[in-house]
Design a protein around this ligand. Structure first.
Ligand code: DSN
Length: 423
């Protein structure tokens, strides 16, 4: 096997050693953070390519610098593939990540003081959907909707309609980072029509499931805009993107907002990596991958269910599970995260709906199957991982047991190496 990072090795020992350590961590551990994944070597090559040397402010055909023969080709490929994946007419592939994509979208569509109706963070929403700690709340007004029933995940659409009628939001925002069910997009669209709002889905978590046809496409239900990251279930480089179904006026506003409104030069090497990843996502094998993510999450749900561990919304219909480990096992989320880290399983502590504990020391853990599915795990392996997680949490003080679990995890990882390529 070719040596990793030979130039860094020669030039910068400290960084080299950290990268080697991370290589080992990723190889030998099980990644269950639902927003993480492994990209192909082709995506990594593009991300580390010569385009890192290039400035390309503007858009293909309309740039502020010369020498854009090849950047234009790459950005156009990324845009065309993105449009094909999501069945829409316009794509802006320049946002540096999901949060900047959302900020650019707000500034494209809103005036200061305008209102956005989005999902409450405590019920699964995201910081950029208007949490008071963000600067966004100094400029726009955010109002919220929640679940009606945290044990089934049913959203409170009546309350959503009532708030929309009272507050007259310009945007009704769907999407989440810790909600394990699908939304009823048609209901969002109905309510938005009643109050004249634009519908936006922040699909950062499930974009790959939409592109792989394992989850519904909000555009099919009448949504106007999708914002997303490109590095989660889409299995691309860290980055963002904004898609517009068919309204050219909105798409033009979004382009202007991303550049020059908000960002400077696009990160062209990352855009090349997005193009390569979207090429992989268009292959038939990606549909199988997306379907398997859901099957694997269901397999883990079954084990948690059989062990009487409470899951917010009762289980999962997507790639992630939010488990109330404090309520069910008496182990706080932070401690569960630490214990599982010790046995080679990485996930994150997470607040559960209406959590009485603090965000840095919450009741829950959030985990998901995109990365292990990339590794080739099927239901059998996912069931076993879920069993080992529960065993480790129940035996958190038993070092011998934890060592045995860690050894089993390492063996499983050896059997399923991280693939170089998916095509
Ligand atoms: N950090 C991402 C996640 O883990 O869900 C969202 O911002």
């Amino acid at each position: 096997m070719a040596e990793l990072y030979p130039f860094i090795k020669k030039q910068d020992k400290e960084v080299y050693e950290a990268l080697q350590g991370e290589e080992k961590r990723q190889k030998e551990g099980i990644e269950l953070i639902p927003s993480e994944n492994y990209v192909s070597k082709a995506v990594r090559e593009a991300n580390a390519s010569n385009l890192t040397n290039k400035y390309s402010e503007g858009y293909p055909g309309k740039r502020y610098y010369g020498g854009q023969q090849y950047t234009d080709i790459v950005e156009n490929i990324a845009r065309e593939r993105a449009k094909q994946l999501f069945d829409c007419k316009f794509a802006n592939v320049q946002p540096h990540a999901g949060a900047p994509a959302n900020v650019a979208m707000y500034f494209a569509l809103l005036e200061p003081g305008d209102t956005v109706l989005g999902m409450d963070l405590s019920h699964g929403g995201h910081l950029t959907h208007g949490h008071p700690v963000t600067y966004l709340t100094k400029i726009f007004k955010f109002v919220r909707y929640k679940m009606k029933n945290v044990d089934t995940g049913e959203m409170d659409y009546d309350e959503m309609r009532a708030v929309a009628k009272k507050e007259k939001p310009k945007i009704i925002l769907a999407g989440y980072s810790a909600y394990p069910r699908e939304l009823d997009y048609a209901k969002f669209v109905d309510i938005a029509k009643e109050v004249g709002a634009i519908t936006v889905m922040d699909a950062a978590h499930i974009a790959g499931l939409i592109a792989g046809k394992a989850c519904k496409n909000p555009f099919d239900c009448g949504f106007d805009i999708i914002t997303t990251t490109t590095h989660k279930t889409l299995r691309g480089p860290r980055g963002g993107m904004i898609l517009t179904k068919d309204n050219e006026d909105i798409a033009k506003k979004i382009d202007k907002s991303v550049f020059p409104g908000f960002q400077g030069g696009p990160i062209m090497n990352t855009i090349a990596a997005k193009a390569v990843a979207f090429g992989e996502d268009l292959k038939p094998s990606f549909k199988k991958y997306a379907a398997q993510i859901l099957k694997n999450a269901k397999a883990m749900e079954e084990v948690f269910h059989n062990n009487d561990i409470r899951m917010i919304t009762g289980g999962t219909s997507n790639h992630l599970i939010l488990a109330d480990v404090f309520g069910s096992l008496g182990i706080p989320g932070q401690e569960a995260e630490d214990v599982l880290d010790e046995v080679g399983i990485t996930l994150n502590k997470n607040s559960i709906a209406d959590d009485t504990r603090k965000p840095m020391d919450p009741s829950g853990i959030r985990f998901g199957t995109p990365a292990v599915t990339t590794r080739g795990f099927k239901e059998k392996e996912c069931r076993r991982v879920a069993e080992l997680m529960i065993e480790a949490m129940k035996n958190k003080g038993d070092h011998k047991k934890k060592k045995a679990i860690h050894n089993e995890i390492k063996t499983l990882c050896k059997k399923f190496p991280i693939p170089d390529s998916f095509v």
